[in-house]
Design a protein around this ligand. Structure first.
Ligand SMILES: [Zn+2]
Length: 323
């Protein structure tokens, strides 16, 4: 079904299955890996309906939503989303595109793979077999003079350089990077080979993202955490004014205690102070410190807000964030 070669069991393979569940089109991404005792399979579900792409529902706090809406209207610049595989980066970026997608805005994407098909957006699938790489596709895209460009991922210097040039010549560019937090994205770009002054003049924001599981509303259980919570950023005051829940499990959630997932975010908006700091240093710790002084919330803090709101558990936040 996934169009894999069933005779080939020695090599890793990737494929996809398109299925219709009721009114929903769901894409199943299949990945196999040969291990000593046989093939290991992971199947990832992607809900392809456009209703799945609502920027209001990805989990951004109100101020983050407002900022992202504002940034998405900018005429040029680079907005990066970072996080490991499966952290919801693509969904967030597609939701932004869906929010700004209008007939008079020309949007082109280059991706590997094209995960959702969006109406009114030109999407290009990277194909290394015929040398259609991110860099080559991107050079061609720029000649078509779109307003907005989405680059699936920045992996190499050439792609990074064209992304920066595009941003400096009047395009709004969205892309992803594999880094742990927002400040490390700057360090990564420098490591890839982008000059700090080019980063400082093109990157407008870096958003780090993770997904936490959402507590099942039918069975979540209020409790008083026994451990000291100050260490993870919950104060005694907060504890007195909020109810904290733990996962229990019921029929509705297949006894997991959770139903669905939601994003937590660390949004580093590069204002003038941070831009001039990047010209002096690309040390992620220093950049992060400076951003925190300017009231950036860390992934951990953003997760704790979701704990205090009764959306998720302390365990979930600790699982996906580090301090
Ligand atoms: Zn439940």
């Amino acid at each position: 079904m996934a169009k894999l070669n069933i005779a080939e069991k020695r090599l890793p393979q990737d494929g996809r299955i398109e299925v219709k569940l009721g009114t929903q089109n769901v894409d199943v991404r299949v990945s196999t890996l040969p291990t000593t005792f046989g093939e290991r399979v992971v199947m990832r579900l992607l809900n392809k309906s456009e209703e799945a792409l609502n920027l209001r529902e990805v989990g951004l706090p109100p101020d983050g939503l407002e900022l992202l809406n504002h940034l998405a209207q900018l005429p040029n610049g680079i907005i990066l989303v970072t996080g490991p595989t499966g952290s919801g980066k693509t969904t967030t970026l597609y939701s932004v595109l869906a929010a700004i997608n209008k007939p008079d805005i020309n949007i082109i994407t280059i991706e590997d793979p094209v995960e959702y098909q969006l109406k009114g957006i030109s999407q290009i699938q990277v194909n290394p077999k015929i040398d259609l790489t991110f860099a080559r596709g991107l050079r061609a895209i720029v000649r078509q003079d779109p307003d907005v460009i989405l680059i699936g991922e920045i992996r190499d210097q050439e792609t990074a350089t064209i992304a920066v040039q595009s941003a400096l010549t009047g395009h709004l560019v969205f892309s992803t990077l594999h880094t742990n937090d927002s400040a490390s994205a700057i360090t990564r770009l420098v490591d890839i080979g982008v000059e700090p002054f080019l980063i400082s003049s093109s990157v407008v924001a870096v958003i780090a993202q993770r997904l936490v599981r959402v507590l099942c509303d039918h069975c979540k259980e209020a409790y008083t955490p026994g451990v000291i919570l100050e260490g993870i950023g919950i104060t005694r005051d907060q504890l007195e004014n909020h109810t904290i829940y733990q996962a229990k499990g019921c029929e509705k959630c297949f006894h997991t205690g959770y139903r669905g997932r939601v994003g937590i975010f660390e949004i580093m908006h590069l204002n003038e102070d941070l831009k001039s700091l990047i010209l002096k240093t690309y040390d992620a710790t220093q950049i992060k410190q400076a951003a925190l002084q300017r009231h950036m919330k860390t992934l951990r803090q953003s997760g704790i807000e979701k704990v205090l709101a009764g959306t998720t558990t302390i365990e979930e936040v600790l699982r996906v964030t580090q301090q």
